[in-house]
Design a protein around this ligand. Sequence first.
Ligand code: DON
Length: 560
Amino acid sequence: MGKKAPARRWSFFFFGLLFLAPAHAGKQPPAAAVVSAHPAATRAGVEILQAGGNAFDAAVAVSAALAVVEPYSSGLGGGGFWLLHRASDGHEVMIDGREKAPLAAHRDMYLDARGEPLAGASIDGPLAAGIPGEPAALVHIAGRYGRLPLARSLAPAIRLAREGFRVDEHYRRMAAFRLDALRGSPAAAGLFLLNNEVPPQGYLVRQPDLARTLQALAREGRAGFYEGDIARQLVREVRRYGGIWTLEDLRQYEVKERRPVTGSYRGWRVVSAAPPSSGGVVLLEMLNMLALRDLRAMSKAGKVHYLAEVMRRAYADRARWLGDADFVGMPLKRLLSGAYARELVKGIDMKKATASSRLPSVRPEGHDTTHFSILDGEGNRVAATLSINYPFGSGFVAGNTGVLLNDEMDDFSIKPGVANVYGLVGAEANAIEPGKRMLSSMTPTFIENDDHVAILGTPGGSRIITMVLLGLLEVVDGKDVRTWVRRPRFHHQYLPDVIQLEPGALDEDLKAALMNMGHRLDEKSRPWGNMQAVHWNRRAGKVEAASDPRGGGSAMVLPQ
Ligand code: DON
């Protein structure tokens, strides 16, 4: 959401975003790179690389720093997916730190006696919060993949929490948007508001409680968060304000290592998020359909039309089939097969929009969340997308823990056919069950061939997957990394049956041509997304990184 302060980003942009090595297409990159949605988090990652950490240590540092300086996006009270590539043996894994439904959750918990959705129940306050996964994921990544002690990688975040960060325009917009929810939680209002109002620009947000919670994690590992004093306080406060967590929920939370979804597109290898994210499956399904036609031979309008039809079909499958693999069987092999893509493409009329109501049935989400991408000097890579769902999550901070809780429960389908905050509808596969992970759209992704490696991802709710798709098409077209993150965006998510457009994304002739084909267009008043990308050009021996100009992030490249 929102525009950033351009001055901050561009100063970083020109500040060594490119490093050219003597032409050797080596196995090791000539530079490391860190790019994230906030300059302080990017610096935290760089500090850890310079202290001898690898990309995985840096990922722990960046995640924890974002938890402090972007409280509206992600945090210890939330979760995410960390896609890792280890250079020494090519090992690839997705660390699933997604939130889980509490054990006392049930499928109708957000419906009233007549079976109608209770307004705001899955969005505001602790009843909306899933059991957080980020603390366990950080401990796991540091312990299994990192080189430095967890305490070292968490140090920059602890410092930031103690010393504070300054409120900027984006913070103010997010806080204004979630003002009622924040006012509903005295601890949240005390931390993130000033006299119950949105603080002015430049106001210093200090989080000493969060610093102590991070220190407990640093000292005791997962027990520092999921057991003991902090766990007790989390459960007590959540229940006091109407939530249903128990100590058992926290004790049972476990990180999962998942095999990423992989596929290919025009000779490139694509590696992306596995369920419980829908990201990789939907992305690969779209790429499989795109590979069946020559996009370059199409007119401008034909290309947007074809892309929208491909998006529509893949999102319809998301709605119908996808959920947590630990709970539901999913026909993934079929969805990802070439034969299935050919079948789907047969239904696309190149002159006319298909009505979504004609496709087999329903689901979708997204407003704030964060992504970062890292490449270290050994070639290790991390693409991570982290979330507490809505801006400032549920708006609820639990007592003196400093932990702002997510409202990720809204990513479940709270009732078949009822849209969530991002207009997405869902079905049985994503119904609420105790201990189940809610379906996500987060799509941390690698794409590579012999000459290039790209690491990318973005926040943006339901639109995440199509943003990553459009970014990948630029990669494959040989465009530079700034174009990947900057290009105009459009989106179709099956329902609502419209092509959503960023302001000015398509010219008037193109819009007219699409409407003539039967498309309905919905031009939004604001741009969306905040993509963070790294490009290692192995052939040229060059590393570049770029942060989306729509956000306030920064990229840094470190010659090795
Ligand atoms: O997991 C998901 O798909 C959502 N909770 C992500 C929300 C999001 O990206 C909000 N961003 N702008």
